[in-house]
Write a protein that binds this ligand. Structure first.
Ligand SMILES: Cc1ncc(COP(=O)(O)O)c(C=O)c1O
Ligand SMILES: N[C@@H](CCCC[NH3+])C(=O)O
Length: 432
């Protein structure tokens, strides 16, 4: 049990969250190592050990730091990175190069050069000019890169439009039009600097229905057939992306990995057999599903305001700076008062952040015990895209992250200091 209630306090992976707040301060991200390991082990069981020639690249954008990458490596998964910064972190964590996949719709020459020098396992090409630039860098360095092309499978998914990525009009992926796509594929097949592995898609995030993955897989498989017909070339790998939804509220019906992956694998095997293709390696890139539910955020309640006949606001010592998702995607979260975990729910409050922004509302009209300044407020399911999207708006410091594991707690990211917030600022001589 990751979540437990003992002595009126919320415990997370064996640690008293009220004590954590006292010891490390708030806001504080608390991440359960056990919960992350459980997700990785579910992927091992339902995918890696169940099927031949498959692998998982954790989409590290969800939560990327040295400790997390060490857990992922220990659990036998690879990673996906999308920037020089994420790649740098992976290199510092000594993450094995061959298990790194490099995505991104605008990789710079510098980023590509670092990736090629380190020898990353795959580069997912997402643009017609990128292939030339990879070729040039590889030529200069006398190296060869394994590449896939990210395509736009033209499926519309049931999620917030801001996190859907596979529709026809998208900044991600290459369009399917053969006139556009085939010359680039031909170039990849003939270029000595790259090994053309295959096709990649990622259709969106926080998905609960497997049918859109299936539709997109069919599009990718049909493309594999067209590539074989046209170029007499069989692709070696298909990457079906991530996007598996998690529980933010009780309304979110989380599905197992098998619910998505079994039909995907069945479709793939069946399609390949019927169309005379050798079944390619299959990769997936889950981010959110590995880490979201492992994480909570602790805040201290400060100012409490009652607007007569309207509502009661309780403000926390963070907000959209440590969790931008409610403001950005109208994301709904659940929470509780960690130091009153056993007490009856007696009032309705709206939890607001402290940023100077009206959209900085974390939860609207939440049922809580009688709330008081100094209470420790917990938000659940903040492990993915919480710390990862934290920002310094209003010059608030990025919170610390503590890793908890069966009663042990360890800081894995220190709280940012005010001095660190302004460390790159300078006053020009003309203003001195
Ligand atoms: C290319 C790619 N792969 C994987 C992911 C991970 O998605 P999720 O966190 O929903 O599993 C994303 C982000 O949405 C992505 O853009
Ligand atoms: N940042 C998004 C997920 C990434 C979507 C784009 N790849 C979220 O918090 O839901």
């Amino acid at each position: 049990m990751i979540k437990e209630i003992k002595n009126n306090h919320l415990y997370w992976d064996g640690c008293d969250t009220v004590e954590l707040a006292e010891n490390y301060g708030t806001p504080l991200y608390v991440i359960s190592q056990t919960a992350i390991e459980n997700e990785c082990r579910a992927l091992q069981k339902d995918f890696i050990k169940k099927y031949d020639n498959v692998h998982v690249a954790y989409a590290s954008k969800a939560f990327n730091n040295l400790a997390m990458l060490k857990i992922i490596e220990k659990e036998g998964l690879g990673i996906d990175v999308v920037s020089g910064g994420e790649l740098y972190t992976a290199i510092q964590a000594q993450f094995p190069a061959e298990h790194i996949e490099f995505n991104g719709n605008n990789k710079s020459d510098e980023e590509l050069a670092i990736a090629i020098d380190y020898g990353v396992g795959r580069i997912i090409v997402d643009g017609s000019q990128e292939l030339d630039r990879i070729g040039e860098i590889c030529r200069k360095k006398e190296k060869k890169a394994n590449i896939l092309f990210r395509i736009t499978p033209e499926v519309d998914v049931a999620t917030h439009q801001f996190i859907s990525t596979g529709q026809k009009d998208s900044k991600f992926g290459l369009p399917l039009d053969e006139e556009f796509l085939f010359p680039i594929l031909q170039q990849a097949i003939t270029m000595p600097e790259v090994d053309f592995y295959g096709i990649h898609f990622h259709i969106g995030s926080q998905l609960f229905d497997n049918t859109t993955h299936l539709k997109a897989a069919k599009v990718a498989l049909e493309l594999a057939v067209r590539i074989k017909e046209k170029f007499d070339y069989e692709i070696k790998e298909l990457n079906y992306g991530g996007g598996f939804g998690v529980r933010y509220t009780q309304d979110d019906q989380r599905q197992s990995y098998a619910y998505f992956l079994d039909p995907l694998m069945a479709l793939t095997e069946d399609f390949c057999e019927k169309n005379g293709l050798k079944r390619p390696a299959i990769a997936i890139e889950p981010g959110r599903s590995i880490v979201a539910e492992a994480g909570i955020t602790l805040h201290t309640i400060g100012s409490i305001k009652t607007l007569p006949h309207i509502r009661k606001y309780a403000a926390i010592d963070g907000g959209m700076t440590d969790n931008v998702r409610p403001g950005l995607y109208q994301a709904i979260y659940t929470g509780m008062v960690a130091n009153k975990a056993d007490q009856p729910l007696e009032e309705t409050v709206t939890i607001s952040g402290k940023a100077c922004e009206s959209t900085d509302i974390l939860m609207k009209d939440l049922q809580v015990p009688l709330i008081a300044s100094g209470d420790i407020f917990t938000t659940f399911t903040t492990g993915a895209y919480g710390y990862a999207m934290a920002n310094n708006y209003n010059k608030l410091a990025i919170p610390a992250v503590v890793l908890v594991n069966k009663g042990q707690a360890d800081i894995i990211v220190k709280r940012q200091t005010y001095a660190q917030i302004i460390q790159n600022e300078r006053i020009p001589d003309s203003l001195k």
